[in-house]
Design a protein around this ligand. Structure first.
Ligand code: DC
Length: 227
């Protein structure tokens, strides 16, 4: 069983995907971490994340691996180095949305993501990102697209920053988030959009528990129907 979860930044995808994975014993794929890993490598190497040729060369000489365990998180390694918090800085967030617009980066990451799914096995995989239901796992039996207003998403993202002890301004957080979203929605290569068969959930009106409950109910119905 593959569960695809897509949606814009700050909509709660990671939170619900991890809760669903823990509850159902599924493997978790955080596809955004892979785009962030490419961005991190570009910034570390002093390569412009928008320079298509330079990024192509960079990918060709990079060893990127992603491994997930049931009930655990996803571990990303770049050239043998395990990456964690360094993937979550505002600079990496910005650069990730730039490299994500490059078709060759998307093509390079495709088999890496599909490999995580192959290794996941039973009972299933919950994959979150922007194109899980449209490109990476178009055959997924269950697809969700999460939505919420940019003001609500910025408020949550800002609370996360503050909770993590970072200094951030709400208006700036919203501006950054809208800029990234605009890029993700309007790029020509796999833009952020709901798959025609995705169930759309507005997370702005629900608690995390309510969102997870709805999703788990649908996953269980689909799993039972496939038996
Ligand atoms: O989900 P995230 O914030 O970690 O994603 C980082 C960036 O990568 C974001 O700007 C969108 C992009 N991304 C993408 O284009 N496709 C995915 N499947 C996942 C993320």
């Amino acid at each position: 069983m593959i569960v695809a979860i897509d949606g814009p930044s700050g909509v709660g995808k990671s939170t619900v995907a991890k809760l669903i994975a823990a509850r159902l014993g599924y493997t978790y794929l955080d596809s955004g971490a892979l785009y962030r890993a490419v961005a991190w490598k570009a910034l570390t190497a002093g390569t412009d994340p928008a320079d298509s040729d330079a990024i192509r060369r960079l990918c060709a000489t990079t060893k990127l691996t992603a491994s997930s365990t049931v009930g655990g998180g996803m571990v990303v390694e770049v050239d043998g180095q395990v990456l964690g918090d360094e993937l979550r800085t505002p600079e990496v967030s910005r650069a990730a949305s730039q490299v994500a617009a490059l078709p060759q980066v998307r093509a390079w990451l495709l088999p890496i993501q599909q490999n995580v799914a192959r290794q996941a096995g039973a009972p299933g995989l919950v994959a979150e990102g922007r194109d899980m239901g449209t490109r990476v796992f178009p055959q997924a039996p269950v697809k969700f697209f999460l939505e919420a207003s940019s003001a609500e998403r910025a408020r949550r993202r800002h609370a996360e920053f503050v909770g993590a002890g970072q200094v951030a301004e709400l208006a700036e957080t919203q501006r950054e988030l809208e800029a990234r979203d605009g890029r993700d929605r309007t790029r020509t290569s796999a833009p952020l959009t709901a798959a025609p068969d995705a169930v759309i959930i507005d997370t702005g009106r629900l608690t995390i528990e309510e969102v997870v409950e709805r999703m788990v109910r649908l996953i269980e119905r689909k799993t039972a129907a496939r038996r």
